[in-house]
Design a protein around this ligand. Structure first.
Ligand SMILES: *[C@@H]1O[C@H](CO)[C@@H](O)[C@H](O)[C@H]1NC(C)=O
Ligand SMILES: *[C@@H]1O[C@H](CO)[C@@H](O)[C@H](O)[C@H]1NC(C)=O
Ligand SMILES: *[C@@H]1O[C@H](CO)[C@@H](O)[C@H](O)[C@H]1NC(C)=O
Ligand SMILES: *[C@@H]1O[C@H](CO)[C@@H](O)[C@H](O)[C@H]1NC(C)=O
Length: 620
């Protein structure tokens, strides 16, 4: 690895030849076609960052607007919010180190994730020699609801335009067409986030006899270029109150990447401003006390939003983790060249709580927003979390996630080189989103064996936005039962839970039976057209289902796209990314491929950058 010392060298270098900075940036962006080119690009970007946050932001706002990557206000809002963190990263790291490689993967899709940094997760005790055996007594299951990615837009405006050029529509934007071409209905639309009325309708639709609900995060709508602390706090408190008022039973929530402003940006405890997201944890600590008690609320405040709670009257410990510290789009993770195995102690907390469960003879469920096997998760932390899953596989009965907006699952294996029903050790259930932006609004209800806490069935309920009565009175209908749909394909016994081996056999059924696979794809967005999926797309999809560990998900980072599996599929099928909304990565990654190539266009872009810098008082 080349080790330069850019932080020492650059200021002198650029004082001598600042006039060439804009040339260097434009040339470097054009040459950023591979990983080496991306590292080389970071050098002039560091020079720009050293001119200050305002100059850095202004330059990229001008570039984003000139290249028409997003609407002008979206370019400005996102870069003003997130740009200073990226500039801080660039000032803090080597352009040629491993952190830079991770940044080039995350922001530009130009590098592949570097090899895993070896780290052996410390465990307080070895695997017990006589692990507890969990035996079903065949008693009647109890019910648990699971909803996710509600993305409630409190500024949704009925009558505003459904069709707009911004990441979400159905709002009164200053530059909206007047009169609107397609006016938004009162209950919700597919290009828009969730209305208050639809969120309340969903909460009312959750069956009254559910023992509790899991909510795997993302309260706030995707107007990521506008969000601020006051608005997000208000959104979190409002939905906490709605859940408490409408649902009789407890809710066990998890922190999502939209729960902070700027979006995704939870700083590590080692950051220059380590407490910058503490308001999120304090807000949710208060909002969740009624369900998780004083001890759980204290953990939320002190363990970066994570907590653990034994559901009253059961031997089931629910461990809620803030996995946004493992998320590639959290740019605070690139503020140092020092490798951190366990940012904010989330892994250590999981170990502590799983050991407590094992010691007490309890079963455990893991809940979190971001599934740890996806293309948007750092390979290091995903690998370390997998070590924890392997160690406590006897204790963990199931895992529950959201974030992808799709109705999916993901399997962990004791041996990823030989993925089979025999080596499958754990399964993550990924909930569909409520927001109609990503398909028909939906939630799941699980049947749970009261002695093993294993999942006996997963039923999806959906509301059909395209139904003629939806705008006046949305209804929620059983869409499908996983047991009834997949059981006959894999020969499930009546007493067998829908555990990791079952789900592996389902992936085998998908591989051999394309009708079953295409049905699964229809289920992903709850019936909205997913587009075609050819053989390569099918292989990639099945590989993703067989990977709760990110290094095994078969995803290859690509420039001009974001790093998510959805985007890889999008390459062939024209689907937008929906997890992050329009984050900084979605602005930067298209830049090299959209870069103008003629001398006249290049000169114009340089002029745009020079003018932006001049407005910030920087003369080059
Ligand atoms: C939505 O807007 C785009 C771009 O302005 C236009 O091409 C498309 O026809 C519009 N769709 C509808 C349903 O109005
Ligand atoms: C913060 O966001 C809210 C909406 O969520 C908005 O009404 C308010 O004007 C914003 N505040 C600032 C200072 O931008
Ligand atoms: C894969 O695992 C299965 C079941 O544990 C075993 O029977 C088989 O021999 C393994 N294959 C390889 C190549 O390791
Ligand atoms: C393939 O899957 C479809 C849909 O689940 C099912 O109806 C059909 O019976 C399956 N075919 C075979 C040969 O299992």
């Amino acid at each position: 690895m080349v080790r330069l010392s850019p932080l020492l060298a650059l200021p002198l270098c650029f004082r001598a030849a600042r006039g060439s900075l804009v040339d260097d940036i434009v040339n470097a962006i054009e040459n950023a076609v591979d990983c080496a080119g991306c590292h080389a690009l970071l050098v002039p970007l560091q020079g720009l960052a050293l001119l200050g946050d305002a100059a850095f932001d202004a330059t990229f706002i001008a570039v984003c607007q000139a290249l028409k990557v997003q609407d002008p206000d979206v370019c400005e809002g996102i870069i003003k919010q997130q740009g200073p963190i990226l500039a801080h990263d660039l000032r803090s790291i080597s352009a040629f180190g491993q952190t830079a490689t991770k940044l080039c993967d995350s922001v530009f899709g130009l590098c592949q994730p570097p090899p895993i940094n070896n780290y052996i997760v410390p465990f307080p005790k070895p695997v017990p020699s006589d692990p507890k055996v969990w035996t079903s007594k065949g008693r009647k299951p109890f019910q648990v609801a699971h909803f996710s990615d509600v993305h409630i837009d409190r500024e949704y405006a009925p009558g505003s335009d459904v069709n707009c050029t911004k990441p979400i529509c159905c709002r009164n934007y200053a530059d909206s067409a007047k009169p609107p071409k397609v006016p938004a209905g009162p209950m919700g639309e597919h290009h828009c986030d969730t209305t208050t009325a639809l969120a309340q309708s969903m909460l009312h639709a959750i069956p009254a006899d559910t023992a509790f609900s899991l909510f795997t995060g993302d309260v706030v709508e995707a107007s990521v270029w506008l969000v601020n602390q006051t608005g997000v706090t208000n959104d979190l408190q409002t939905f906490d109150n709605e859940m408490a008022t409408i649902l009789g039973a407890p809710v066990y929530p998890a922190i999502g990447n939209h729960e902070v402003a700027p979006i995704n940006l939870f700083p590590r405890s080692t950051a220059s401003t380590p407490g910058a997201a503490q308001w999120v944890f304090d807000t949710q600590s208060k909002g969740w006390t009624k369900w998780i008690g004083g001890a759980g609320a204290s953990q939320v405040a002190h363990i970066s939003g994570s907590y653990s709670i034994v559901h009253p009257g059961t031997d089931l410990r629910i461990i809620s983790l803030n996995t946004v510290y493992w998320y590639k789009a959290n740019f605070w993770l690139y503020d140092s060249d020092t490798q951190q195995s366990d940012p904010n102690g989330i892994l250590a907390f999981a170990v502590q709580e799983l050991q407590a469960a094992e010691d007490a003879g309890q079963r455990a469920w893991i809940i979190a927003h971001i599934p740890p096997g996806r293309g948007d998760v750092l390979h290091d932390q995903s690998d370390y979390f997998d070590q924890i899953v392997q160690r406590y596989k006897n204790t963990i009965a199931a895992q529950f996630y959201g974030h992808s907006h799709q109705d999916e699952f993901a399997i962990a294996y004791s041996n990823y080189a030989n993925r089979s029903a025999e080596t499958a050790v754990s399964v993550g259930f990924i909930a569909p989103s409520l927001t109609p932006r990503s398909g028909q609004p939906a939630f799941k209800v699980y049947d749970i064996d009261p002695d093993t806490y294993e999942i006996m069935d997963a039923r999806v309920f959906r509301s059909n936005v395209d139904s003629p009565t939806f705008q006046s009175q949305p209804t929620w209908e059983l869409y499908y039962s996983a047991r009834a749909t997949y059981g006959p394909l894999v020969g499930v016994q009546p007493s067998e839970p829908l555990g990791p081996a079952f789900w592996h056999r389902v992936t085998e059924a998908f591989a051999r039976n394309d009708t079953a696979f295409q049905q699964y794809r229809t289920f992903l967005d709850r019936g909205l057209d997913e587009g075609a999926c050819d053989a390569a797309c099918k292989d990639l999809t099945i590989c993703g289902l067989r990977a709760l560990r990110a290094q095994d998900n078969c995803i290859v980072s690509k420039p001009g796209l974001n790093f998510r599996r959805r985007d890889v599929l999008a390459a062939a099928h024209g689907h937008p990314d929906e997890c992050e909304g329009a984050g900084l990565g979605s602005l930067f990654s298209p830049m090299p491929s959209q870069m103008v190539k003629t001398p006249a266009q290049r000169a114009e872009l340089k002029q745009v950058m020079l003018e932006a810098l001049a407005r910030e008082g920087v003369q080059l």
